[in-house]
Design a protein around this ligand. Structure first.
Ligand code: T3D
Length: 247
């Protein structure tokens, strides 16, 4: 399933209406067993410029940006990370603010060579959100996270790849072909075990080795009962390609 952020005239900056559409898309991705990979990209020349800055009422004495995160952004990020299916970001252009951190929330990030990542928040006196303060130091290290967050500069796709923020940079013209090919490959894979891989890897940075070994044991016990495991081993022994059902 492809989810295209579609407000190209404003670089797909988020407005409230988009959050409703994102909720519907997530419900579909979660509920439909035939959907075995989710691809997120942006329409036009940008991926997503984050929150639409014109949408907030600066004269509202009760303006509560935390409330907006709690209601819209945080549930979306949590659902993306918890989706037991691979999520790919195809970053086709600039990804700024919440847009950058939405991309980083995805399981694999493909970036067009001309794409860029901007932790734009401090330019408008905000702090990184949508999980940015959690995964920037984990992916890129504390110095680079600090530099990106304090200086809010543009990080090229190539630097982002070198820093571990991005799986792969591809030529602009090839981005969507590569992204669709990757999505098709993953959608034909052992979806149930992919879900377990996500669970184990995302838990790892908060676990001790002992806790992680226990988690791996539990995950392996579960996937070992799945028909996809039997199919994978049978296909190996019969020297053929496996046909995973994923569910
Ligand atoms: O409020 C809360 O809920 C708190 C949560 C916040 C989460 C956040 O995401 S905060 C960070 C918000 N994003 C930004 O601060 C980025 C703002 N945008 C930019 O700095 C630049 O647009 C870019 C560096 C991303 C791209 O620059 P450039 O030169 O390629 O494009 P542009 O000309 O600036 O933008 C094109 C159009 O999109 C332009 O509209 P116009 O003048 O042609 O009608 C521009 O105003 C609009 N646009 C871009 N980003 C936003 C935006 N409009 C509203 N909000 C935006 N974030």
């Amino acid at each position: 399933m492809t989810l295209t952020l579609n407000r190209p005239e404003k670089l797909n900056a988020f407005v409230t209406e988009m959050h409703g559409l994102l909720r519907e898309a997530m419900a579909q991705a979660e509920g439909d067993a035939a959907i075995r990979a989710l691809l997120i990209t942006g329409a036009g020349r940008g991926f997503c410029a984050g929150q639409d800055l014109a949408e907030r009422d600066m004269n509202d004495p009760n303006l509560d940006l935390g409330g907006g995160l709690e209601k819209n952004y945080n549930p979306f990020i949590r659902r993306l990370r918890a989706l037991p299916k691979p999520v790919i970001a195809a970053v086709n252009g600039v990804a700024a603010g919440a847009g950058a951190n939405l991309a980083l929330a995805c399981d694999l990030v493909l970036a067009a060579r001309s794409a860029s990542f901007i932790q734009a928040f401090s330019k408008i006196a905000l702090v990184p959100d949508c999980g940015g303060t959690w995964w920037l130091p984990r992916l890129a290290g504390l110095q680079r996270a600090m530099g990106m967050a304090l200086l809010a500069g543009k990080v090229s796709a190539e630097d982002a790849e070198r820093w571990g923020l991005v799986w792969k940079v591809v030529d602009d013209a090839k981005l969507m072909d590569e992204a669709h090919a990757l999505a098709r490959t993953l959608a034909a894979g052992p979806t149930h075990s992919y879900g377990m891989i996500k669970k184990a890897l995302y838990a790892s940075s908060d676990n001790t080795l002992d806790e992680q070994l226990d988690l791996e044991r539990d995950c392996q016990r579960e996937v070992g009962r799945h028909t996809d495991y039997r199919e994978g081993v049978a296909a190996f022994l019969e020297k053929r390609k496996p046909k995973f059902t994923g569910h």
